[in-house]
Ligand binder design. Structure first.
Ligand SMILES: [Zn+2]
Length: 355
């Protein structure tokens, strides 16, 4: 089967790999599943590898998001069956340990990030491929009710794999509630999903910071009430101006850069909150002195997307929320390199790859 690999800076190639199989033998826990990938996608965080900021893991392919159909399950799998249509979060979790029960399955005691070698359960390859092996299938996979997986719903379901849950995590971490005023820093797929999440949680006013006309228009469509195109000092001043010069209640940081975090902390009003979900690859250190001087709270981190699926899935199926709209390009898996290029150049918001 074909798998997508990044070999070096801006060098994406398809490689042949043997299809995965269930772990067998006396040591195997029987808790894994083989899933045929129906749709996968390129993540903003994949671009850190593509741009050379992060070393690719050469032993496995790229990607950590997908939806697909279960083909085979281990003998100990209870809740997932062959034929089920499933959404995968970008990590592996058992769903039963103390941390999972506390609602933070992204930090499962027995799981790990997608691709990591899970103790006793083996690893998982990249998802930009044709078939994947999913360790701890019961806790990891979310089964979509039968009959609700038409082509038109695919983008929305795929968004639950990462970006929608991540945008939601920003809004939850930032304490968005009915009547809140919110600024969203970042106009990528996560930022746009954060707009959806803020609106869904009842925010009264949502400012999207974006310089791209198409993203501005989509943000407004998804619930933004204002758009600010300026950046840096000018951007901070413009947003503050919209809220009596003091800034909104909540800033949602959806980029992961030092600049985005500083912008978020300095835009929000005294006593407000920053909900952050951008992967801090290039830093993003928080100044405790600034927090002391402003009473601004900072909370967030890796989105615990599997925990949010039960809540968000019905709304995707009913059309109440439309996170699938962030997918503006669909390509066959063979053209993955083009997908990376479009996202790197920001001519695509989010690229879906179809094996
Ligand atoms: Zn767990």
């Amino acid at each position: 089967m074909k798998t997508v690999h990044v070999h070096g800076e801006r060098d994406v190639r398809l490689q042949e790999a043997p299809p995965p199989s269930l772990l067998r033998g006396p040591e195997a826990s029987g808790r894994d599943a083989i899933v045929r990938v129906v749709a996968a996608c390129v993540c903003g965080s994949d671009l850190w590898t593509y741009r050379g900021f992060r070393e690719p893991a050469h032993d496995r392919g790229m990607g950590h998001e997908f939806v697909g159909v279960v083909e085979e399950v281990g003998h100990a799998v209870r809740t997932v069956r062959p034929g089920d249509f499933v959404v995968e979060p970008f990590y592996v979790a058992d769903g039963t340990c103390a941390v999972c029960r506390a609602g933070f399955s992204a930090h499962c005691l027995h799981g790990g990030l997608w691709g990591a070698d899970i103790a006793g359960e083996g690893g998982s390859g990249g998802t930009q491929t044709e078939h994947v092996r999913v360790p701890l299938a019961d806790g990891t996979l979310c089964v979509v009710p039968p009959g609700s997986t038409g082509e038109d719903l695919l983008p929305g379901l795929l968004a639950l794999s990462d970006v929608m849950g991540t945008g939601h995590h920003a809004a939850v971490s930032g304490g968005v509630r009915p009547g809140s005023t919110v600024v969203v820093v970042g106009d990528g797929a996560v930022g746009l999903c954060a707009v959806i999440a803020a609106r869904r949680l009842g925010a009264e006013r949502i400012v999207a910071m974006s310089r791209h006309a198409d993203r501005q228009a989509l943000a407004v469509d998804l619930g933004a009430t204002d758009v600010v195109a300026e950046r840096g000092e000018e951007g901070i001043a413009r947003v503050k101006d919209l809220f009596d010069g003091i800034g909104p209640d909540v800033a949602l940081e959806c980029v992961g850069s030092v600049e985005a975090m500083q912008q978020s902390m300095r835009t929000v009003r005294p006593g407000g909150n920053v909900g952050f979900v951008g992967v801090p690859v290039t830093g993003g250190e928080v100044s405790v002195r600034t927090m002391f001087g402003t009473n601004v709270g900072v909370r967030g981190g890796m989105a615990t997307v599997r925990d949010y699926m039960d809540e968000l899935l019905p709304e995707v199926l009913s059309g109440a929320i439309e996170p699938g709209r962030v997918f503006d390009v669909q390509l066959p898996l063979d053209e993955a390199a083009e997908g990376y290029r479009l996202m790197d150049e920001r001519t695509a918001i989010k690229v879906m790859l179809r094996p």
